[in-house]
Design a protein around this ligand. Structure first.
Ligand SMILES: Cc1cc2nc3c(=O)[nH]c(=O)nc-3n(C[C@H](O)[C@H](O)[C@H](O)COP(=O)(O)OP(=O)(O)OC[C@H]3O[C@@H](n4cnc5c(N)ncnc54)[C@H](O)[C@@H]3O)c2cc1C
Length: 381
């Protein structure tokens, strides 16, 4: 979002703050939580409001891992990095579960997940992934048949995965972080001319911050040109039906190499998302938050094929913008020439799976200079 000259052509307050987080999504609120735990006072600013970005529009899956099957990820990144990322993902899910316990008002189900094969080729991929997971010490149960009886070819079952209400989770983190949120307050410029102070220019105020943490994911390239080519905004679409008379799915389901995902909500509606692989030219590299009728029709068709017992009408359709990382791994670092401005972005459609511990590494990096490990953006320099 850009901010015009006219919108800031008024006297505005200048405020001194300790830690300023930009972006009140799941990652920004998690970052605020970790900064608070480290003894800091946190202010969060958002161009819109809490969970109005991807954090309020996702499917709420807590699925362990990256966006590719384990053995394929090893081919791409190497064993050590993939092991670290799977461990980071498991710890992230464990952290969210702790927050669910602490908050007491976040709908969550420890329902496990099924990674499902839609073809014989994908079944062979899952068999290889299961072997690789086992030898790396991550428990996963391989089924050489369709455990759901719906026309899939095979599955990996991950019993520790779950499903959450993502807006309730974000709200709980915000509350537990004791941060002050200033919404409808886009940041348009950031400068660091002194070693221990950052100037952050937002529509409602100018902030003199000791530390700044950017959690702007897909929107990062619009805030700072540094993110151009590093973060690629990518659209995803979902729909949800009326409540069903009976439950059609107990776990969360994820198939076609992750391009399709489905679950039942806590009030027993059927939720399905994905199909972006069929329309990549339209869905990739866009921050336009709109419905794509082609993708929505593909979701309808998928539901008819695999879930013909979902006969109730569709109630709501929506889209959201994900921040894809240029190499598929999250990015944690500081802006060039601005050592007090850190960022944690690039979740590639897996911000719940990977976000908590990435946010923690971002805050540690900002406050103590700790090495972010496999998510260090320095790998891209
Ligand atoms: C349809 C869909 C389904 C998904 N399903 C899943 C899933 O099941 N599991 C999973 O792990 N992940 C899923 N994801 C991905 C997940 O939602 C994201 O990875 C995660 O929400 C990212 O959180 P975030 O806080 O980094 O970004 P966001 O939630 O997008 O928050 C960024 C915030 O920054 C604010 N902002 C941006 N620019 C500025 C600025 N200049 N000034 C002030 N504020 C600014 C925005 O307004 C926004 O509120 C899905 C995403 C979508 C869209």
């Amino acid at each position: 979002m850009t901010v015009s000259h006219w919108q800031t052509d008024f006297p505005r307050p200048t405020e001194e703050v300790d830690v300023l987080v930009v972006g009140a999504g799941l990652i920004g609120c998690a970052a605020a939580y970790f900064a608070h735990e480290a003894g800091h006072d946190v202010t969060i600013v958002d161009a819109r409001d809490m969970a109005h970005g991807a954090s309020g529009r996702n499917a709420g899956f807590m699925i362990t891992g990256l966006d590719s099957y384990y053995h394929r990820a090893v081919e791409r990144y190497g064993e050590a990095i993939v092991r670290e990322m799977w461990d980071l993902s498991k710890r992230s899910i464990a952290f969210w579960r702790e927050i669910v316990q602490k908050a007491g008002d976040v709908p969550f189900e420890a329902c496990g997940s099924f990674l499902l094969a839609e073809s014989k080729e994908e079944a062979a991929e899952l068999a290889q992934a299961a072997k690789a997971l086992e030898s790396a010490g991550f428990p996963a149960i391989y089924h050489d048949h369709d455990p759901l009886g719906r026309g899939y070819y095979a599955a990996i079952e991950q019993p520790d995965d779950g499903a959450v209400q993502p807006v309730a989770l974000t709200r709980a983190l915000l509350r537990l972080s004791e941060a002050r949120l200033v919404s409808s307050n886009p940041v348009y410029a950031i400068a660091q001319d002194q070693p221990d102070m950052v100037m952050v220019y937002a529509e409602k105020a100018i902030y003199q911050a000791r530390y700044v943490m950017l959690c702007t994911n897909a929107y990062s390239p619009f805030l700072d040109g540094y993110f151009e080519g590093r973060i690629i905004p990518t659209r995803a679409q979902c729909l949800v039906t009326d409540p069903l008379p009976e439950r059609v799915l107990e776990s969360v389901g994820y198939s076609r190499y992750g391009y399709m995902y489905y679950r039942c909500t806590f009030d027993n509606r059927f939720l399905i998302g994905g199909a972006r692989d069929l329309f990549t030219a339209e869905e990739a590299n866009t921050s336009e938050d709109r419905l794509n009728p082609n993708v929505q029709s593909a979701l309808d068709a998928y539901m008819r094929q695999y879930f013909p017992d979902v006969t109730v009408p569709v109630t709501r359709r929506w889209s959201g913008i994900m921040g894809f990382s240029v190499d598929g791994l999250p990015q944690v670092g500081t802006l060039p020439g601005k050592p007090r401005v850190a960022y944690a972005v690039g979740f590639t459609g897996h911000g719940i799976s990977l976000g908590a511990m990435t946010a923690q590494r971002g805050i540690d990096h900002l406050l103590t200079g700790a090495n972010p490990g496999a998510v260090a953006a320095a790998r891209l320099d």
